[in-house]
Structures are given as structure tokens and as C-alpha cells.
Design a protein around this ligand. Structure first.
Ligand SMILES: Cc1ncc(COP(=O)(O)O)c(C=O)c1O
Length: 393
């Protein structure tokens, strides 16, 4: 009988027989859930009982849509494209399900030519791969090597050997936090358009940067990239509010209408109190700057404690340290068994690229999402684990 396939289920299975070490408080480093400060006061609006007794307004409130537009304009200069109708928007219940729906709708567009493919990165956010498989498409993986190099994306399209339904790009990347420059975004737009594919851009970490501010696809979409595209944004990382399940997508009007028609009939629309809280959060950049500063302090701590480890690299964005280790599963077991640290083996988030290279094997994904004391404790334990001789579990 085959075992579980989801990354978190595989991790649970991996450590199932191992109790946490006595006397050490377990620390969760496997999940990208920021606990970097007090919850934003905007969430108090969720207590408005009246809104929970009504079906959600399809397409969200006018206030929420105005908040999306305001942020897209402040962040990416997208005001003119929105005002002219070249770019449309639609609320999503977070971005996970919306990514899977966007991929499924792209697969449904394909007519003939054999089994459709979805071109996507490796390592990847699992919804890309599971979403493609559920829609009856093959995943074809590219591995970005040099930052900003779109050649791997270009090569994956012919390697698909059939129709390409969608090209998925994650910027900043997850889990490595690489930031794609504008020219690369233009190139992937051209590659997807030439393949007749929908470009799906996952930008859920766009405000969680510690180096430079990442460009968004909407910053370049106006520059004559003709193909269909959907860009996904979320409050889960930006506002450290994943429980809110609130995000939105933006894209060319036909692609957004395709998603909206599907979601309004078959999907999840945000309840009124969620819309109110989300509108307040998208309208405020102060709490985002505070979260970013806290994230930056965690990376400073990682620099201080781990910079001497072979392969340690501070990411430009995102919550994750992507740490090379001799064997990611052995190390995950050992970190749990001996140090009470739960970290995600990279192989649970990856698959081989076109050259047969699986970049997740031999890496741990370690989330730097805790308050300073807990983070220092976790990284001190991690440094200690890396310094003592490896004892395979
Ligand atoms: C790269 C990436 N995309 C999308 C998501 C989905 O986030 P949500 O559905 O909470 O918006 C996550 C969550 O961890 C993620 O890491």
C-alpha cells in the first residue's frame, strides 16, 4: 500500500515513531505561518455578527475591490491598467485553492493535441502539482539556476512534448526566496504567450522581502506581453493572517472572468466580515512593514547563528531557510528526535527537472517565523545539531 502523498502527511509519517525529546519544548519549523507579532487590530472586524448571517456578496464588497486596486497601484503602479479595464480583479479564498482552480481552468481550455502539460518550478508549492494532476495534466518541471534566468522555463515548454496549458511562476520563489527581475518576468510572459498557455504567477511572498522589493508581473504586464495571465496575491503572508483565507487574483479580463464565473458558482466567496477586515489590511502598509522588519530580524539571527554552516544562504525574500544537509529525511528525523525541531524535508516539495535533477533532495526547509526568543532557541539547537557528528536515525 502506498503511503501519504502530501508534504505534511509525509512529514508526520516520517517522525511518527519518534517521541519528541523529553524536557525540550518542540518547535514547529515546518510551516510557513508567521508568528512575528501581535495580530493586526483590523481583524477585530471579524466579530461583527451580522455579517456572518448573510451569504457573502459575490465578487466581494466595493470597499474590498477598491482596497485591492489601491494596493496594486501603490505597489506595482497598476492604477492605469485597472482604470482602463486592461486588468481585472477578483477575490479568492486565500491563494491555494485559487491556484488549483486557475490551473484546472487553463487545462480545460486545451483542445486536442494530447495530454496537456503544466510547466512549473521545482521545488514547488504542492498545489501546483496536485492541482495539475487533478485536472488531468502532467507536471513538467523547470529548475531556476541562475537568478533571473528564464532559459529553464523556455526549455521546459518543448520538453513537454504536447500542449502546454499553463506556465506557473512563483515570485519571490518558494522555498528559496529568489526574486525574479522584471526582464525575466517579461520573458516568461512571452514564453507562456508563445506556447498558447495561461501564465499563472504566484506572488504571495511579494511583501515578505528582506533584500530588495520584488517586482510584480503587473509592473511589466502592460509592456506588450499579449497572453492570458493571472497573478495571485494573499493576506496569508503579507499580513500574517492565513486563517482569514483571503486573497485575490488580477489578470487579463477574460481569464479573471473565467475564474470569477467558476468561483461564484462553485467556489468559496469571502464572508462580509472577512471582506471588511481584508479591505482594512490591504489599505494599510504599516503593519506589513513591521512584519517585514521582524522577518528581517529573524534572518539577522540566522546570519548570526548559522552563517558558518556549509551552504547557508540568507534568502532575499520569504520565510524559509533552504539548508543543504547530507540527507533531508535522516536530518528531519534526527532534528526531531534529538532537538525537538520539526523541519520539512526538501524532497517532499520537489520533483526531478528535465535533466533528472531533484533539487529538494538534500535540503531542509526551515521556517523563520517565530518570535525572537523562540527563534533564537530553535536556531541555536539547529546550529548545535549541525556541529555534532551526524548519527543517522
Ligand atoms: C508559494 C505559496 N503559494 C501559495 C500559498 C497559499 O497560501 P494561502 O492559500 O494561504 O494564500 C502558499 C502557502 O504556504 C505558498 O507558500
Amino acid at each position: 500500500m502506498s503511503g501519504p502523498t502530501g508534504a505534511f502527511a509525509r512529514l508526520r509519517q516520517l517522525v511518527r515513531d519518534l517521541p519528541a525529546p523529553p524536557g525540550l519544548e518542540p518547535i514547529q519549523l515546518q510551516l510557513g505561518e508567521a508568528r512575528l507579532g501581535t495580530p493586526p487590530p483590523e481583524l477585530a472586524q471579524l466579530g461583527a455578527a451580522e455579517g456572518w448571517t448573510r451569504y457573502p456578496q459575490l465578487g466581494g464588497s466595493a470597499e474590498l475591490r477598491a482596497a485591492y486596486s489601491g494596493w496594486l497601484d501603490r505597489r506595482f503602479g497598476a492604477g492605469p491598467a485597472l482604470a482602463s479595464g486592461r486588468v481585472a480583479i477578483e477575490p479568492t479564498p486565500g491563494s491555494k485553492q485559487a491556484l488549483a482552480v486557475a490551473i484546472a481552468l487553463a487545462v480545460a481550455r486545451v483542445r486536442g493535441g494530447g495530454e496537456p502539460a503544466v510547466v512549473m518550478p521545482t521545488p514547488f508549492y504542492p498545489a501546483y502539482r496536485v492541482g495539475a494532476a487533478a485536472a488531468g495534466a502532467r507536471a513538467v518541471h523547470y529548475r531556476l539556476t541562475g537568478e533571473g534566468d528564464a532559459a529553464a522555463v523556455a526549455a521546459a515548454v518543448p520538453a513537454a512534448g504536447g500542449p502546454v496549458a499553463a506556465v506557473v511562476v512563483c515570485n519571490p520563489g518558494s522555498p528559496r526566496g529568489e526574486i525574479l527581475p522584471p526582464e525575466t518576468l517579461r520573458q516568461v510572459g512571452r514564453i507562456a504567450a508563445a506556447a498558447g498557455a495561461v501564465l499563472v504567477v504566484d506572488e504571495c511572498y511579494t511583501d515578505s522581502y528582506t533584500a530588495r522589493r520584488p517586482p510584480g508581473y503587473l509592473s511589466v504586464a502592460d509592456q506588450a506581453v499579449p497572453g492570458p495571465f493571472l497573478v495571485l496575491h494573499s493576506l496569508s503572508k503579507r499580513s500574517a493572517a492565513p486563517g482569514l483565507r483571503s486573497g485575490f487574483l488580477a489578470g487579463d479580463p477574460a481569464s479573471v472572468a473565467g475564474y470569477a464565473d467558476y468561483n461564484r458558482e462553485c467556489g468559496v466567496s469571502s464572508p462580509q466580515p472577512v471582506c471588511a477586515a481584508a479591505a482594512a489590511l490591504w489599505s494599510d502598509d504599516g503593519h506589513v512593514a513591521r512584519l517585514r522588519a521582524a522577518l528581517g530580524r529573524n534572518w539577522d539571527l540566522a546570519d548570526e547563528l548559522l552563517a558558518g554552516l556549509p551552504g547557508y544562504r540568507r534568502a532575499d525574500a520569504g520565510f524559509f531557510l533552504w539548508l543543504p544537509v547530507p540527507d533531508d529525511e535522516v536530518w528531519a528525523r534526527r532534528l526531531w528526535r534529538d532537538h525537538g525541531l520539526l523541519a520539512m524535508p526538501g524532497r517532499y516539495l520537489s520533483a526531478p527537472d528535465q535533466d533528472g535533477v531533484d533539487p529538494g533532495i538534500g535540503h531542509l526547509r526551515i521556517a523563520l517565523v517565530h518570535d525572537p526568543d523562540r527563534m533564537r532557541e530553535a536556531l541555536t539547537r539547529l546550529r548545535h545539531a549541525a556541529q555534532v557528528e551526524e548519527v543517522p536515525a
